[in-house]
Ligand binder design. Structure first.
Ligand SMILES: Cc1ncc(COP(=O)(O)O)c(C=O)c1O
Length: 389
């Protein structure tokens, strides 16, 4: 058998190639402007994101981590507070809570995906609980309708970690939402249906790390919010708590987006819907090819998923062996994430059985807009061989 070529997890070079002329013009524009930090390029990008997501404010920052940190601070989270979140995420999700002297409180994920189980959240609330911090992991939505209900009943603020979900839209639990994206209630049955993830709560945080669906060529992030007070606080905090030249209302951060990243992201933003369509088509193809494969559970297919990752669960302790076999066949995979977040501190509410099973079983397969179907077939053939089916 001839050896199949290497199948990388993502392919930034092939994504860049058709944009090259536009990108060259964009960075030439920035070089000629001599304005490299914040400025008109960043303001234009903020405006375009606010329009694309239909949200009142978009504040550009220098990473998704800072977008989470600054959002929490702008929402008033501080020492002694508790923030309820998922134990199954990237470290930054709970790291920022601890950075502010607050305590992350972890409840388990649901069994129909990888997001926090809304049914368990109320049991974790104490007098110190200040915020809910759901994560739209891999680009699929957390159960926002129920989480916002809990938050409203208990007077909590909600920050969405949408680092992996830029451009995803919420689908409620009705069948029409799931199958076609058109809410059975015409948006009335669930007023969140069709709205952009990240814009549903008090604030949302996005990452533009290069590997993200909308990726810069360096670090970048964005805080979005419908709240004027949160946007104003975020604008101060990203610039040393400044309210004018050499006037600082509080301590803050240096978390300004640079103009080159904004110019690059402005080139990419209009292409995102096409890239998301390509990811969804490939994900649906994976769904078909993996359907009924023993030992593997494919992700819940929903209309709102933007497939930043296509992540399957491999059962019975076989994940690492399967990953090794795929690697031998030239197929790159990743484990996002092998360790749950309570191991880094915080408080646990209930048990984290499902999160631990996820950490032991998840495997992300190659997916990106330019993935070739023959490469995808090779991934699946290799997976079948590794599983002996
Ligand atoms: C779920 C999640 N939250 C937060 C972040 C932090 O974003 P950044 O790397 O831009 O700081 C990431 C980035 O990988 C992420 O995946």
């Amino acid at each position: 058998m001839t050896r199949h070529r290497h199948v990388p997890l993502l392919d930034l070079a092939s994504e860049l190639a058709p944009l090259r002329a536009e990108l060259d013009a964009a960075w030439a524009r920035v070089l000629d402007s001599s304005q490299f930090v914040l400025g008109p390029e960043v303001e234009a990008f903020e405006h375009e994101v606010a329009q694309a997501l239909d949200v009142r404010h978009a504040v550009a920052l220098n990473s998704g981590t800072d977008a989470l940190l600054i959002a929490l601070r702008a929402l008033g989270v501080g020492p002694g507070d508790e923030v309820i979140t998922s134990p199954f995420s990237f470290f930054a999700t709970s790291e920022v809570v601890q950075t502010l002297g607050a305590t992350p409180v972890f409840v388990d994920i649901a069994d129909d995906g990888f997001a926090i189980d809304a049914d368990l959240v109320e049991g974790a609330i104490t007098a110190r609980t200040k915020a809910l911090l759901p994560v739209h992991l891999y680009g699929a939505s957390a159960p926002m309708t129920r989480l916002l209900g809990v938050a409203a009943r208990h007077g909590l603020v909600v920050l969405e970690d949408a680092a992996q979900a830029f451009g995803a839209h919420y689908a409620c639990a009705c069948a029409a939402c799931r199958d076609t994206g058109a809410c059975a209630g015409g948006g009335g049955a669930d007023s969140l249906a069709g709205r952009a993830l990240g814009t549903l709560g008090d604030a949302g945080a996005f990452s533009f790390y290069p590997t993200k669906n909308l990726g810069a060529y360096g670090d970048g992030g964005m805080l979005v919010t419908p709240r004027d007070d949160v946007a104003a606080a975020a604008r101060r905090l990203r610039n040393h708590g400044g309210v004018g030249r050499y006037q600082h209302e509080s301590t803050g951060y240096n978390s300004r987006l640079d103009a080159l990243q904004a110019a690059i992201l402005r080139v990419k933003l209009p292409h995102l819907p096409t890239w998301v369509r390509a990811r969804r088509r490939l994900a649906a193809r994976y769904d078909d090819l993996l359907d009924g494969l023993p030992g593997v559970r494919a992700p819940k297919a929903t209309i709102d998923h933007v497939y930043h990752q296509y992540t399957v669960l491999v059962g019975e302790g076989r994940r690492d062996g399967v990953a090794e076999a795929l690697r031998a066949d030239g197929v790159d995979t990743m484990v996002y994430y092998p360790r749950t977040l309570e191991t880094y501190g915080g408080r646990v509410s209930g048990d984290l059985r499902r999160a631990h099973a996820a950490a032991a079983g998840v495997l992300s397969l190659p997916i990106h807009p330019t993935l070739d179907e023959r490469d995808q077939d090779h991934v699946v053939a290799s997976l079948r061989r590794a599983l002996g089916v």
